[in-house]
Design a protein around this ligand. Structure first.
Ligand code: NAD
Ligand code: IPM
Ligand code: MG
Length: 366
């Protein structure tokens, strides 16, 4: 298979970890006889520096023509205080909106060797296997007006019926092929948008009699996520709630550095990026966890290219590394070996090529 992939390294650790994903994809391509070509473009703070905009037109053009897009992360203190039209997040929000990447999939699954990496109790963490589906191109992130007024400030939360319907449908479809339980998260006791959201979920549920539905208010959902994660199979929710809940859910896996994501358009075009940001506090130190980025590449193989075996191969290689005890500074594995970004990537590469847990790799790093 021949595929052209756009790389958007972005800022901070984004640049450090995107190379890890590229190396792993190259190894997979050679193993399975595919040809992946890569083309790099600017987005975020570095694009502001070079092109005076966080989202240059040529980045959008290249992304629209690509088979898939892999992104690191954007932002950092150098740019975060800029006037709003230049904030690097506008680059990220801009590309999501312009490419209509409305369905954001954020799988959260505990890996057995990371049971002790979470501050939560082992028996709670052990049960986490959920898919958070976050609406990504509507809601308060994109409503207008969003501005300072003489007396204060206004942000606008707007959703069309169609925007809610298409994401809710994604939720039902995903639940149908998983454990058939959909939790819809809203704030229907307060917000009009959530009342409509809940009505639409109820209507749609008639088309999916095999899927059971629970409505949860977002505050209660936040509590349940860390006290009874086994309750959740698929969560579907609006943009802002999904942003907050997915960072919270990362605690179940031990680190934000473990969570991948896929942002999809209805025709399958996808942008794949870790859930975390550019981590300015550790940027440039060579210690960032590359696994969320590498697992995002696996999501790309599965969702955009239909390469399920290859995606599983990456997941297996990541699991094997952790079983061998390799971990970056953000996670703790008792008796394990702490390594940096580069060595963690090498460990994944070694596991991709050896196809089984290898003793030699343990010896080479201990
Ligand atoms: N998708 C994105 O591009 C994205 C997502 C979130 C935040 N941001 C931006 O990133 C910048 C920093 O934001 P923040 O500090 O609130 O969130 P962040 O996700 O960058 O970092 C939060 C904490 O998690 C740690 N962390 C994150 N990823 C890690 C990894 N791979 N390995 C090890 N540790 C990791 C960081 O060191 C930090 O302590 C801001 O400009 C923000 O707007 C971008
Ligand atoms: C950087 C920010 C705009 C972004 C969001 O809120 O969507 C991030 O937190 C994410 O989760 O992808
Ligand atoms: Mg976020």
């Amino acid at each position: 298979m021949e595929k052209h992939i756009i790389l958007l390294p972005g800022d901070g650790i984004g640049r450090e970890i995107i190379d890890s994903a590229k190396q792993v994809l190259t190894a997979i391509a050679s193993e399975y006889n595919h040809r992946f070509t890569f083309e790099e473009h600017a987005i975020g703070g570095n694009a502001i520096d070079d092109y005076n905009t966080p989202l240059p037109d040529k980045t959008v053009d290249a992304c629209s023509k690509a088979d898939a897009i892999l992104m690191g992360a954007v932002g950092g203190p150098k740019w975060d205080a800029n006037p709003s039209h230049l904030r690097p997040e506008k680059g990220l929000l801009g590309i999501r909106k312009q490419l209509e990447l409305f369905a954001n999939l954020r799988p959260v699954k505990t890996i057995s060797s990371l049971l002790y990496a979470s501050p939560l109790k082992e028996e709670i963490v052990n049960q986490a296997d959920m898919l958070i589906i976050r609406e990504l191109t509507g809601g308060i992130y994109f409503g207008t007006p969003s501005e300072r007024t003489p007396n204060g400030v206004v942000d606008t939360l707007r959703y069309t019926r169609e925007e809610i319907e298409r994401i809710v449908e994604r939720g039902f479809e995903a639940a149908r092929i998983r454990r058939k339980h959909l939790t819809s998260v809203d704030k229907a006791n307060v917000l009009e948008s959530s009342k409509l959201w809940r009505e639409i979920v109820e209507d749609k549920s008639k088309e999916y009699p095999d899927v059971s539905v629970t409505h949860l208010l977002v505050d209660a959902a936040a509590m349940k996520l860390v006290t009874q994660p086994s309750f959740f199979d698929v969560i579907v929710t609006e943009n802002l709630f999904g942003d907050i809940l997915s960072d919270e859910a990362s605690v179940l896996t031990g680190s934000l550095g473990m969570l991948p994501s896929a942002s999809l358009r209805s025709d399958g075009l996808g942008l794949y990026e870790p859930v975390h940001g550019s981590a300015p506090d550790i940027a440039g130190k060579g210690i960032a966890n590359p696994l969320a980025m590498i697992l995002s590449a696996a999501l790309m193989l599965e969702h955009s290219f239909g390469l399920v075996d290859e995606a599983k191969e990456i997941e297996r290689a990541v699991n094997d590394c952790l079983l061998q005890g390799f971990h970056t500074a953000d996670i703790h594995i008792p008796g394990g070996v702490q390594v940096g970004t580069k060595q963690m990537t090498e460990a994944v590469l070694e596991n991709v090529t050896t196809k089984s847990i290898s003793d030699s790799i343990c010896k080479s790093y201990v």
